[in-house]
Design a protein around this ligand. Structure first.
Ligand code: FAD
Length: 489
């Protein structure tokens, strides 16, 4: 690829992706770069993306974000996991908690001991050994490090972008308001040279970050990087989103409630609740979806539901020529495990690590793309797991999910767990062993065998270990204040 020092960075788009990129680049590489962000108020942002995972906290630490200020400005609440309702079967419920469940040893993870204890009749339900799950269900929380909880945030997406803008602009990012009408390229190298705005202004740069959302103006429309569609595994392709008034104190977890043609979310913020219905257009009409969402709301809607169309999948290369795509421009895996903002955070972190100061180098580009692909595919498999391992046969949607062929990587994982209770976190996998186990057990796999190590424990010893563990978790949770205390002023 072309050599040439990179000094002028242009970020196209000012949603969550654009402002995350701007805030991180200026904080860490500000003196070395000139950074311009172009956004259009007229086009606006996607306006959803309100549930995060605990990795957001590490990223915020990199940005030097003060948590109480962030929580106040984004109306955030705290999240300890996700409750999955009606997924395995109608009326069934399980919890995917953050953090570690029980206690593991080097030879075998906790589930091996739990399965042995359950077989001997000593074990409480799996979730009884998770402090995060117990705290979530009791409506208790503390962000004091002493409490040791793994947590994330529910936040107001628009306020989050505004908050990040408030960090980026004073630190030196130049914001240009305007609609991008044309993207120009160098005739020889094909590199992007500039953005032409409706106002006639031209914004030139050495390196471009495409944060234009589903439009993918640079990576897709201009550079023609193909989109790998994962619709054969994840059939949902539309969403309706609406906010409602709160009808009670916000719970510290997201609810993901399945129904005949998809699922709906409930994300409680300090003063309102984010709601959405995710559906497969092949199975539900837009009118039916709207009615289903409105019928399910607990509180008064604050506006008319907004419709969003999407395709699940990823760009074949997140980085092409002198352009990296972040956020929805790079791809989208539906929001079931709230992973999109994480993917933005992790991609920006990687860009900071691999930044092409001395020109675009093929080796750097390949490294960036290989990591992005593996991360995306790992998350994809984890999402497919929820749909595939269903016992529901009440609608064509669920029958298709249950019967569909899945990627080999996931088939192997499921077979390994079903046979031996083994789960693993491979190189670029986001989800840890505890997450795979919680969802595989929750979706109904009962492993045929487990590690024989646990059999070495006599009844009295195993019973005591489980009684002590459960009592320890209960005692920790009993000391926690109510969730609201963590954001009350
Ligand atoms: P956008 O918010 O769409 O921003 C695009 C920007 O580009 C805007 O500023 C726009 O004005 C600008 N732009 C576009 N075209 C032009 C142009 N021609 N000229 C100038 N500017 C232009 N993620 C999570 O982590 N958790 C969740 O719970 C979650 N829920 C979701 C639910 C749904 C239904 C969907 C669709 C997504 C969800 N996401 C979630 C993903 C999350 O919303 C996005 O990853 C995140 O908001 C980033 O969006 P973005 O910045 O890439 O795009």
């Amino acid at each position: 690829m072309e050599a040439g020092a990179v000094k002028r960075v242009v970020i196209a788009g000012g949603g969550t992706a654009g402002w995350v990129a701007a805030a991180a680049l200026v904080r860490h590489l500000g003196p070395l770069l000139s950074i311009t962000l172009v956004e259009s108020d007229e086009i606006g942002t996607v306006g959803v993306g309100e549930s995060t995972i605990p990795t957001a906290r590490s990223f915020h630490n990199l940005l030097g974000i003060n948590e109480p200020v962030f929580v106040r400005e984004t109306h955030a609440t705290f999240k300890l996991g996700i409750a999955f309702e009606n997924w395995r079967a109608e009326g069934d419920r399980y919890f995917h908690p953050f953090g570690s469940v029980g206690r593991s040893v080097w030879m075998g993870d906790f589930q091996h001991f739990w399965l042995e204890a359950a077989a001997r009749g000593f074990a409480a339900p799996y979730g009884a050994y998770s402090p995060e799950q117990l705290a979530a269900e009791a409506g208790r929380f503390s962000n004091d490090p002493e409490a040791g909880l793994a947590y994330a945030y529910h936040l107001d997406a628009t306020a989050y972008a505004r908050f990040l803008r408030g960090l980026a602009e004073p630190a030196g990012v130049r914001r240009v308001e305007g609609r991008i009408e044309r993207v120009t390229r160098d005739g020889e190298s094909g590199f992007i040279t500039g953005l032409e705005l409706a106002s006639g202004e031209r914004v030139e740069g050495d390196f471009f970050i495409d944060c234009t959302g589903f439009r993918a103006l640079l990576i897709g429309e201009t550079l023609g990087v193909s989109f790998e569609d994962w619709g054969q595994w994840i059939a949902t392709d539309r969403a309706l989103a609406v906010q409602t008034e709160s009808v009670g104190p916000p719970v510290p977890y997201t609810r993901a409630i399945a129904y005949g043609a998809g699922w709906r979310w409930q994300i409680p913020l300090q003063t309102r609740v984010g709601n959405g219905l995710v559906y497969a257009s092949a199975d539900l009409s837009d009118d039916e979806a709207r009615q289903r969402l409105l019928d399910a709301l607990d509180g008064r809607p604050l506006f008319d539901p907004r419709a969003i169309r999407f395709r699940t999948g990823m760009r074949s290369s997140a980085w092409s020529h002198n352009c990296v795509a972040l956020g929805l421009a790079g791809g989208f895996i539906e929001p079931l495990e709230s992973t999109s903002i994480h993917l933005i955070h992790v991609a920006v972190t990687r860009l900071l690590q691999l930044f092409p100061f001395h020109g675009i180098d093929d080796a750097i580009v390949s490294r960036f793309n290989a990591q992005a692909t593996r991360e995306g595919e790992g998350i994809r498999d984890f999402i497919i797991l929820h749909y595939k391992l269903t016992e529901r046969a009440d609608t064509a949607f669920w029958r298709r999910c249950r019967d569909m062929a899945i990627p080999d990587t996931l088939t192997q994982r499921i077979a390994l767990f079903a046979e031996s209770a083994m789960a693993y976190q491979a190189g670029e996998d986001l989800f840890r062993v505890d997450s795979w186990v919680a969802v595989m057990l929750g979706q109904g796999i009962r492993p045929a065998h487990w590690h024989a190590l646990a059999q070495l424990m006599p009844d009295a010893e195993l019973r005591k270990a489980f009684t002590d563990l459960e009592a320890g978790v209960r005692a920790r949770v009993a000391k926690l204040p109510p969730h609201e205390a963590a954001f009350a002023n």
